[in-house]
Write a new protein. Structure first.
Length: 532
């Protein structure tokens, strides 16, 4: 539904155009109402509905006098005819001679029946000023509405959309896939995705090379490989993919709130405009679709993530989860209507009912958005660091648990240095994928920081928490990257030590063709204990 997203970065100007359309339609109907009430001798037309009228506005022309009545009924008022004829052209172009229906001064009965008055052949018609005043009344009603509508003025939806795409690309590299209930089309399989996931699968022990012997040579665990670095790889990558999906949904949620605010504004104004005057042209360039949440917490699927995508379970890396888009199918349009009424007041009342409902909806979804952030944070905080950013390999002895080459050989382990170096190379390759393909995308996500804001442009309750989640997520990525680099260095060091006691293995070590370079200088800092 991206074609329906309102991308204005000065939306208040668009909103003012929609309000002006409403004012024009209201002015037309109001003038018709004034004309009808005057001709029916009721004179009980409104000069204000929700606007605050000023005592200094002054009185209108005396349309209730005997002379004015004869002018309307017998002489023919050009202004009244202009209103009856559809108000084509500008009011200022209308000229009324003020005929009263007599050719010379004539005695006629007063309107109240209390005597006779002299009726002149012409009077100075002031109905133009009355109808002009109606326009200012309508403008006052429009200004009152404009003041109450949620603004969402300068939010850049493209930046939010781009941030969502960036975090989805991170997730795609880590194996994130959109489940069947998802409503966003995105690239979940970047070009390097397969390489990274293949490296992860190898390091986690899939295929013919098992991780049991890694422990002995790299000192990754005192007990068994499942308790060490290589056992932490799959759950880390799976959880990071799930976090990426959750953060993506949070950005989509903020974008949908903005869309709902904007589209709801236009929708209620456009429908009210048509309810007042079906012939009024709508000049706003957007087709407003009233978007409504069915519950952000549900749409985020955050509750399900605790036992699904963010589980610490076994199996290959990668996870399928519901991924939502800005104003996507998870946020189905709710039908709103403003019907034509013979009474202007009924239309105005309906508009204000919708404004109140609209503002209440936005308050509710802001609260739901905040709850969605907390749901995701609670899931993440319930997962051990081991399964979020890999085992802290910096605590290990890179030379292994068993000291002395002779003792190592006596254990019965036979290590092919060429294979061992291949594992180290896989660590470097996976770390480099993190460093080159994942971590830089966080900068693209942060490009939308200023757009995470409520209707007035200030941060809501949830927005700073989303930014904190992005910071934490970057920390997980950097730590995992650093620990992959460190693991590669430790495996390489173990192979180097083993090669010292075996000339053939030394030859393999010295001649090994590395696909990737060694760890960069910052890798050691990234790999350190994070106290998370």
């Amino acid at each position: 539904m991206a074609e329906d997203i309102i991308y204005d970065t000065s939306f208040f100007e668009t909103l003012k155009i929609a309000v002006r359309d409403f004012e024009k339609a209201l002015t037309k109907r109001w003038r018709e109402d004034v004309r009808e009430k005057i001709l029916d001798l009721s004179y009980e037309f409104r000069s204000a509905y929700r606007r605050s009228s000023s005592p200094h506005e002054g009185s209108t022309w005396a349309y209730y006098t005997t002379e004015a009545r004869h002018h309307f009924v017998n002489g023919g008022c050009a202004y009244m005819d202009w209103v009856e004829g559809g108000q084509n052209g500008d009011l200022g172009s209308v000229s009324c001679p003020g005929d009263t229906g007599v050719t010379e001064p004539t005695e006629v009965m007063e309107m109240n029946g209390n005597g006779m008055v002299t009726l002149p052949p012409t009077i100075e018609c002031g109905m133009g000023t009355v109808f002009e005043r109606v326009e200012s009344w309508a403008a006052g009603e429009g200004a009152t509405i404009l003041y109450e509508l949620p603004r969402f003025d300068s939010h850049d939806q493209r930046k939010i959309e781009n941030a969502q795409k960036a975090v989805l690309r991170i997730g795609g590299h880590l194996g994130l896939q959109a489940s069947g209930e998802s409503d966003v089309e995105a690239e979940f399989t970047p070009s390097s995705n397969g390489d990274l996931l293949e490296d992860i699968a190898t390091l986690a022990g899939s295929g013919t090379v098992g991780p049991v012997w890694f422990e002995h040579w790299t000192g990754l665990s005192a007990d068994a490989a499942k308790d060490g670095f290589f056992a932490s790889i799959n759950p880390t990558v799976t959880n990071q993919a799930g976090i990426a999906g959750g953060i993506s949904n949070l950005y989509a949620s903020r974008g949908t709130i903005i869309q709902q605010g904007r589209a709801g504004n236009l929708d209620l104004l456009n429908k009210a405009t048509k309810a007042l005057d079906a012939t009024q042209e709508i000049t706003t360039s957007h087709n407003g679709v009233w978007q409504t949440f069915q519950g952000v917490g549900t749409a985020l699927t955050a509750a399900g993530m605790a036992s699904g995508p963010l589980a610490v379970g076994v199996g290959g890396a990668g996870v399928a989860m519901v991924v939502i888009g800005i104003a996507g199918a998870n946020f189905l349009p709710e039908s709103k209507s403003v019907e034509y009424s013979h009474e202007i007041e009924e239309v105005i009342d309906k508009v204000w009912d919708l404004i109140d409902e609209h503002k209440s909806d936005i308050w509710s979804v802001e609260n739901d958005y905040n709850n969605g952030v907390h749901a995701l944070r609670n899931v993440i905080f319930g997962i051990n660091s081991f399964n979020l950013e890999m085992y802290d390999i910096t605590e290990n002895n890179p030379e292994g648990n068993v000291s002395g080459g002779g003792e190592r050989l006596s254990t019965g382990y036979g290590v092919d240095v060429d294979v061992l170096l291949g594992i180290a190379d896989k660590c470097f390759e996976a770390a480099e994928a993190y460093e080159d393909n994942l971590i830089p995308l966080i900068a693209d996500v942060r490009e939308a920081d200023a757009e995470l804001a409520g209707e007035d442009g200030d941060e809501g309750f949830a927005d700073p928490k989303v930014k904190d989640l992005v910071d934490e997520f970057e920390g997980y990525l950097k730590t995992a990257c650093g620990r992959l680099y460190t693991a590669g260095e430790q495996i390489k060091a173990a192979a180097d030590e083993y090669a010292d006691i075996d000339d053939e293995q030394r030859g393999l070590f010295d001649s090994y063709n590395w696909d990737e370079g060694s760890a960069p200088s910052q890798a050691g800092d990234w790999a350190q204990d994070t106290d998370r």
